[in-house]
Write a protein that binds this ligand. Structure first.
Ligand SMILES: [Fe+2]
Length: 208
C-alpha cells in the first residue's frame, strides 16, 4: 500500500510511575478519612466530593508533581507553554464488577487520572471516537472479518496502567471505564485549564 498520513491525531500521554511508593502509601492513609458518595449509575463506584486542590495538603503535593506534565501536554494541544491550573480534583474507587459510564469533562481543557492502585486490563480507561446521542445517522463496517485500524476504530483502550501512573487527555474526549474484573481500583481525577487562550489577539481568559 502507498503511504497513508494520519492527518489529525489525538494526543494521549501516559507518564509511568510519577508518584513514588512512599507517597502512594501516604495517600492511601489519607483517603481513609474521606467521605464517599455512590455513583448515580452503580453502587460499585464511589467518589469523594469534587474540590479545589488547594483544599487539601495531599492534593497540593500531587499538583506540584502533575503541573509540569500538564504544561507539556498543553503545549502539544495549543502549541504554547501556557499558564495552567488544576481547577478541581476528586477520588474514585471502583470495586470488582463496577464500571464508569461514558462521559466527558465540561468546562475544562486537559483532564488527567493518577492511579493509586494498578488498573486491571479490563478496567483500563477507554476513549470513544463518536459521542452518540446526536441526530446524525451513523454508518459502520464492523464485523469479525474486518480489520480494525486507527482510521476505523470506534474506541481505544489504554494498557499497562500501574500504581503511580498518570494519564492525560483532552477534556472533550468521551471516555469511560469498562467492568472491572480485577481488584479494587483507586484513582484521582482532575481537570485543568490555562489562564487564557489567544486567537490572533482575541483572548479568552478563564478564572474561578
Ligand atoms: Fe472522566
Amino acid at each position: 500500500m502507498d503511504p497513508v498520513t494520519p492527518l489529525f491525531p489525538t494526543p494521549f500521554m501516559h507518564i509511568k510511575r510519577l508518584v513514588d511508593r512512599e507517597m502512594l502509601v501516604d495517600m492511601a492513609k489519607e483517603l481513609e478519612n474521606q467521605t464517599w458518595f455512590r455513583n448515580v449509575h452503580t453502587d460499585l463506584l464511589t467518589h469523594t466530593e469534587i474540590v479545589n486542590p488547594a483544599s487539601n495538603k495531599m492534593f497540593l503535593k500531587l499538583r506540584k508533581l502533575v503541573m509540569p506534565k500538564v504544561v507539556d501536554f498543553g503545549s502539544v494541544m495549543f502549541g504554547e507553554r501556557l499558564k495552567w491550573s488544576v481547577k478541581e480534583v476528586w477520588v474514585n474507587v471502583l470495586h470488582h464488577g463496577g464500571h464508569q459510564a461514558t462521559h466527558s469533562h465540561a468546562n475544562s481543557f486537559v483532564s488527567g487520572v493518577i492511579y493509586l492502585t494498578q488498573s486491571h486490563q479490563s478496567s483500563n480507561i477507554v476513549f470513544h471516537r463518536n459521542g452518540g446521542g446526536g441526530i446524525d445517522f451513523v454508518f459502520a463496517n464492523s464485523h469479525e472479518n474486518m480489520e480494525i485500524n486507527p482510521y476505523n476504530a470506534a474506541k481505544w483502550q489504554s494498557d499497562d496502567i500501574d500504581a503511580g501512573d498518570l494519564v492525560l487527555f483532552p477534556s472533550y474526549l468521551l471516555h469511560g471505564v469498562p467492568t472491572n474484573e480485577g481488584d479494587k481500583r483507586v484513582s484521582i481525577a482532575f481537570n485543568a485549564i490555562p489562564d487564557q487562550i489567544n486567537s490572533w489577539g482575541y483572548k479568552i481568559k478563564f478564572s474561578k
